[in-house]
Structures are given as C-alpha cells and as structure tokens.
Design a protein around this ligand. Structure first.
Ligand code: HEC
Length: 116
C-alpha cells in the first residue's frame, strides 16, 4: 500500500514537472526576452500602432521561414538580426515565438535558416 502510494506520488510529481517545461527550450525564451520583448513585449502583444503583436500574428503563424526572413532582412522600424543572432539562435527564438502564447507552429532548423 505505502509503496503504491509512493510510486503514485512520484509519478504525479514527475508529470507536474514535465507539464511545466516549455514547449521549446529556455534558450528561445531567453533570446526573445533579450532581443525582442523590448518592442514586442513579454506577453507578445506588442504596443498598439507601434510594435505588432506576435501572439496570434499571421506571419508568425504562417511559416518559420517567413519569420526568419523578417529577422534576417529586418522590416520597417525593426532592425535586421543578421549580425546579432546566428542561425541556431534565430531558430530557437523563432521556434519560441511560434509556440508561445496562443501560437502553435512546426519548428524550423538552423540549417533551413542557413539555406535562406
Ligand atoms: C526595435 C523594436 C523591435 C525589436 C527589438 C524587434 N522587433 Fe519585430 N518588429 C518591429 C516593428 C516596428 C515591426 C513592424 C515592421 C513593419 O511592418 O513596418 C516588427 C515586425 C515583426 C514581425 C512581422 C510581423 C508581421 O505582422 O508581419 C515579426 C515576425 C517580428 N517583428 C519578430 C521579431 C522577433 C522574433 C524579434 C526578436 C529577435 C523582434 N521582432 C525584435 C519592432 C521590433
């Protein structure tokens, strides 16, 4: 009895930890906070009429490659991240924004970004 209970508790604790784990690694979130949140905000909602929301954004939902092009080329007031982030970092931050908040998207790899 005691042992079964112990196993059950251990299992619930493990699942609780697994559920708390973000969909993509901490790395992408950290990169987002360091490079993007200043404009697009921590909650991905941006600032009305200045910085577009990334949560529920069509480009972000569309494809990782489109987001990568925005990062590589820059857009309007947004600087290019070509020199600031390498392709692995771009992949991590793109996979983060494409799966943060209400967004859900297939991951992109660093190799796919290199090919752009
Ligand atoms: C200095 C402020 C600033 C920073 C930092 C910044 N952005 Fe932007 N971002 C903008 C602005 C402004 C636009 C809108 C540009 C336009 O359309 O003229 C934009 C547009 C975008 C778009 C396109 C949205 C759309 O509706 O098409 C994406 C995707 C994006 N940013 C992602 C990011 C990511 C990811 C980062 C971090 C690596 C980042 N941005 C950092 C200001 C910023």
């Amino acid at each position: 009895m005691g042992r079964t209970l112990c196993i059950l508790i251990a299992f619930s604790l493990l699942s609780a930890c697994a559920a708390a784990e973000p969909v993509v690694g901490m790395n992408g979130e950290r990169l987002f906070l360091d490079n993007c949140a200043e404009c697009h905000q921590v909650d991905g909602r941006g600032v009305a009429n200045v910085y577009p929301a990334l949560d529920g954004n069509e480009t972000v939902a569309g494809s990782g490659a489109d987001v990568a092009l925005v990062l590589i080329i820059g857009r309007g007031e947004m600087p290019s991240f070509r020199g600031a982030l390498n392709s692995a970092e771009m992949a991590a931050v793109i996979n983060y924004v494409r799966n943060a908040w209400s967004n859900r998207g297939e991951p992109i790899s660093a190799a796919e970004i290199d090919a752009l």
